[in-house]
Ligand binder design. Sequence first.
Ligand code: ZN
Length: 283
Amino acid sequence: MDDAAPGRGAPGDVALVEVAPSVLVATSQPWSTTTTVVLGADGRCLLVDPALTPADLAALAATLARRGLSVEAGASTHPHWDHVLWSAALGAVPRWATRAAVEHARATADALAAEADATAPGHDPALTGRLDPLPGERVPWSGPEVVVVPHAAHCPGSAAFVVPGAGVLLAGDLLSETEIPLLDTDAVDPVGDHLAALRTLEAAAARWSVQALVPGHGTPTDAAGLAARLAADRAYLGALGAFPERPGARAAGAGLPAEDPRLADPEQRGHHDRQVAALRERG
Ligand SMILES: [Zn+2]
């Protein structure tokens, strides 16, 4: 079913694609940034990583209102600017993230606002990165269970979310078909952390019989697509020459995954070059 089909919704409505029962996804540019709407009872919904421009958020708020939906809470997968945005039009509600994410967002508040302003000007800086610490392993809200799956890849405070009842994994900035694994190069073991996170997400997907993957950037896919993206990300990380069993090989970066189609994008190639340089620097 595709709720974005012609005839549904008013002109100017955000296209919301149903990836599983009760889980809708909108996509904004740049970077094919996804926003996920989890539907609860009585028209309540949970918004994960709402993005990206002020106009996008205004259109999202209007679309939800026209559908009779009210936002009960937000949730952010990680404290990068494009995942911690909000609009007053979405309501004054809790915006859940891991405790580490809340602390990181507080510590980097000025940078988050500046980065948002550089790409998507006009957001209220007082709302960017204003997050509430998750009290446990579930997102507190009245709708379907949403499980928090913390991991150490990409940036401090990262978590994926699983909606077990819908069989959906919201992966944040992992498992994208357009973005290479983007490492937290400030971490002690960026590649090891990323590989561990992939294992954590794979285990979560198996435990909750995940049938749909929603990446933070890129296109949602099914279980086979999830397996393919796990393999692609492991191939990329392996080509960096830094498997955990070869800790001395951190600096290699020699076997570049030239066949990785994501590297055809100059922006991704730039990320890749910076990652290789950062790994080489640490020897
Ligand atoms: Zn990110």
